[in-house]
Design a protein around this ligand. Structure first.
Ligand code: SF4
Length: 188
């Protein structure tokens, strides 16, 4: 019988726990059966990756009836060995959290209230603000008279939800505006 590394770890963990507690005279079979039923029973297991940083840790996504039931690290992945950092460990909430925003919210200057807006309104607003800022602050030359063509008053913070390709296109667009202050959420 061939046993994968993941299967081996499961067997080892279950075997060790049962051996230790059964020596105390406890019958763990009902609890084990209940726990197994609770989580991923009947799920399809899909290998995916955490998108939050360039480590790209593998994840095992358990899906039942089209819904994500559980996400955990993949012990067979040689880079992380099944570990996930706090961001990766919270991956499931990206998909199922009731607190996740699904529409843009806008808070006007001086206001304490967030107001729902549609994407067209929001993109127009962002574009207008960037354009106005660039028109105001774009530097052709620095103090020494050297040509620099840059915009120092706008900062771009990338999201870890973007693919490499999206990052590349966004980076080119930002550079074309002269923006020089760029960073990424994964470094924070
Ligand atoms: S954010 Fe954490 S879990 Fe995700 S790829 Fe990076 S190190 Fe791995």
């Amino acid at each position: 019988m061939s046993v994968s590394r993941r299967g081996f770890i499961k067997l080892l963990g279950a075997g060790t726990a049962c051996l230790g507690l059964s020596q105390l005279g406890l019958d763990l079979k009902p609890a084990q059966a209940y726990a197994a039923r609770l989580k991923t029973e009947g799920c399809k297991e899909i290998i995916s990756i955490c998108p939050f940083c360039s480590c790209c840790c593998n994840t095992l996504v358990s899906v039942r009836d089209g819904k994500i039931i559980n996400i955990e690290g993949d012990p067979d992945y040689p880079i992380s060995g099944g570990g996930l950092c706090a961001k990766g460990a919270a991956l499931r909430s990206l998909h199922v959290s009731e607190k996740r925003l699904t529409k843009p919210l806008y808070r006007a200057p001086g206001s304490s209230k967030w107001v729902e807006k549609d994407w067209d309104w929001m993109l127009e607003k962002i574009a207008r603000k960037v354009k106005d800022q660039r028109d105001r602050d774009f530097m052709l030359k620095n103090e020494a008279g050297l040509e620099v063509n840059r915009l120092e008053s706008v900062f771009s913070l990338g999201t870890s939800q973007m693919s490499n390709e999206e990052c590349a296109v966004t980076h080119q667009a930002i550079r074309s505006l002269g923006i020089v202050h760029i960073d990424h959420q994964a470094r924070i």
